[in-house]
Design a protein around this ligand. Structure first.
Ligand SMILES: [Zn+2]
Length: 309
């Protein structure tokens, strides 16, 4: 059953189309709590796009738990949700106890009010490098528990041997093993560690890419689904394991300037508006939502109980 609700009316009030296109896209997409009742489609680029027909990753599965429920960012293209379910099961068989799943996308993708430049088309997902505990986390724990950094504080890109175990490479190798994965972003120190310990089987390292941050979680990015018109892919990763391209990351940080730089007037960056996104994103924003999808979103908080083992 479809509910003929035009979410645009809720989002926009009587502002009209012109006012809508000039509004910051993050305000528009950040305030919609249900997916667009359209065929699943990743529209635009990972950092400038939106998502039609999103589905939610259930908050709990046999081998995963979604974190930070208040953010309502457990939405993705069906291929991402399917990937996460398969990864969680396969990694569990490898010995990784389960996935703590961070941000995927908003119900209609798009820019977010806080965090992330990407995660806009439903093909990006963050997974903690902390293994899932053997009980069901409470809603409060899912808000407050911190992901553990794999790096030592105050030491430039140095792995913390107390946090890093033999299991992080297990889940990362499995995560990179699927053909639909385009890239996985981790701290350069983590990539370096994987390069040192991978042994002879190194093909999977190609997709593990060094990036800033990503010391307490890894970020999976899937390719545009086959035949997905309007989904902008990233350049495929090059050949080789990439282990010979890490030196830049380990250069010591430059010394602080000896005299303070000339003050420059602050020019705030221009906000991305709806008009900056692909045109189809306006349709996504203004589409109704289905009762089925609506029933799958939200936080069934009273249902949560400690798991009986
Ligand atoms: Zn991410």
């Amino acid at each position: 059953m479809r509910i003929a609700v035009v979410v645009a009316l809720v989002v926009l009030g009587a502002g009209g189309a012109l006012a809508q296109t000039n509004r910051p896209a993050k305000q528009l997409f950040g305030s919609v709590s249900v997916p667009a009742d359209l065929a699943p489609r990743a529209i635009g680029g990972y950092a400038k796009g939106c998502l039609a027909g999103a589905v939610a990753l259930p908050l709990d599965g046999p081998n995963w738990q979604v974190m930070r429920l208040s953010r309502n960012r457990n939405w993705g293209h069906p291929v991402l949700i399917d990937y996460l379910k398969r990864l969680s099961a396969d990694a569990a068989r490898d010995g990784w106890p389960g996935l703590l799943v961070g941000d995927l996308s908003q119900p209609r993708g798009g820019p977010m009010l806080t965090g992330h430049a990407s995660h806009q088309v439903g093909l990006d997902g963050d997974i903690w490098l902390t293994p899932m505990p053997d009980y069901q986390l409470s809603v409060e724990e899912r808000e407050k528990k911190s992901a553990v950094s794999m790096l030592m504080t105050g030491r430039h890109l140095t792995i913390d041997q107390k946090a890093w175990t033999h299991l992080q490479p297990v889940v990362l190798k499995r995560a990179a093993s699927y053909p639909e994965v385009a890239r996985i972003f981790v701290s350069a120190a983590i990539k370096q560690k994987l390069c040192e310990t991978a042994g002879g089987d190194r093909a999977w390292l190609r997709k593990i890419r060094p990036w800033y941050g990503h010391d307490a979680h890894f970020h999976v990015r899937l390719d545009c689904p086959p035949g997905a018109a309007g989904c902008t892919p990233q350049t495929p990763v090059g050949p080789g394991d990439g282990c010979d391209q890490l030196a830049e990351w380990f250069k010591p940080p430059p010394p602080p300037p000896t005299k303070p730089p000339e003050p420059k007037p602050y020019v705030p960056p221009r906000e991305t508006t709806l008009a900056d996104l692909p045109g189809a994103c306006t349709d996504v924003l203004n589409a109704g939502f289905s009762a089925g999808a609506a029933a799958s979103f939200g936080m069934p908080l009273p249902r949560l109980r400690p798991r009986v083992n």
